[in-house]
Design a protein around this ligand. Sequence first.
Ligand code: PLP
Length: 447
Amino acid sequence: MTDIQKLALFGGKKAVTQESGNLFTWPIITQEDEEAALDVLRRGAMSGTDVTMAFEEDYSKWLDVKYALGFNTGTASLQGAMFGCGVGVGDEIICPSMTYWATCLQAFSLGATVVFADINPFTLCLDPNDIEHRITDRTKAIVVVHFLGYPADMDPILEIARKHNLKVIEDVSHAHGGVYKGRKLGTIGNVGAMSLMTGKALAIGEGGILVTDDRDIYERAVALGHYERYGSQTENEQLRPYQGLPLGGYKYRMHQVSSAVGRVQLRHYDERNVEIGRAMNYFWDLLEGVPGLIAHRTDKESGSLNGGWYAPHAHYVPEELEGLSVTRFCEAVRAEGLTSCMPGCYTPLHLHPLFTQADVYGHGKPTRIANTERDVRQYKGDLPVSEGLSARLCEVPWFKHYRPEVIEEYANAYRKVALNYKELLQDDRGNSSEHGNWKLFTQKQNS
Ligand SMILES: *Cc1c(COP(=O)(O)O)cnc(C)c1O
């Protein structure tokens, strides 16, 4: 009879009563991780590459790709992927604006620029129908993000890329272990790159990794920031003369405490990812049909699977709740005993002044248009789905364990608020202007 209970916001009993314990604790660190890290420290092997190379080997086997290259951050791995694809001065990459900045901002340091495309309102990933008209003779690559764990619709994107001879880079930072129509994310485009930092689903410390079957992309990524591996084994004739020094002037080697922990985390990842999926799907099954909320998850029949469920969110449909703001909705959910249920999401990148005004390198004009003849800047109103998303998303718990009786309480919190929405209409002051930001989601459930 939860449905008719009084909202906790108005003095009713909280829906969530049980302690969360380690339900949200991530990453799961055991003695195995500790020993692996200690071994690196005791051997003084922090700056070596032996463990990192073993991790790369594990990783390439895991994804069934020829090459994996570890980086000290996901940001660096994505820059490596761009450089690997030949992105350089005056080139354009097409990517979503609704993402973390490290999907694209590195293009600036390569002398390239960014053209944002809109997202599909359900998948929240690049809208294949909004790409083609943005392609010019300067377009080099499409960067796809599997956003909030959900696999982007790769088939039509690959078709566009083939037609226009573009490379496809997959940013898998939100979706490790995810699957698109039976294919593993990161292995579908020309190159995949992803963050492995502690907030992500596959969490090893600070780190990133690039995966590809393309020898040339791999060699270029090595040449950019891995001088110690840029040597006589280089097959690319254009790269060979410069071996020994990093072309980019970057040093991107992974810290070996990260790669050591990464080897252990990867060994357990599939099993843990399955448990996360089971817990999240149970939560969503319980909320099936509740007005105002739609699961951001793949269809069972599609052969696709959310990966890792990083920062999971619900589609919030205010029209089904007489226009109740997501801010007010989340406030009522939090009152039900949740430490975190934040409204909104990132602010779209194209609205940040770094993409419209900043002259970072002293070109005498904004960096975004420093090396291009045409003005590619985008403003409010240009990407309506991305811009409106903040009012239509609400955070849901990122369960790490399948514990039905606790998950039921969390689902009840959302259900109870949705079914009692009328009581919230009166004091609804709408969404604040600060709602959505450029930072990472704060997973407060952890603390
Ligand atoms: C976290 C993240 C990155 C960058 O990774 P770091 O390891 O933090 O450098 C890139 N893209 C997306 C979508 C991310 O969420």
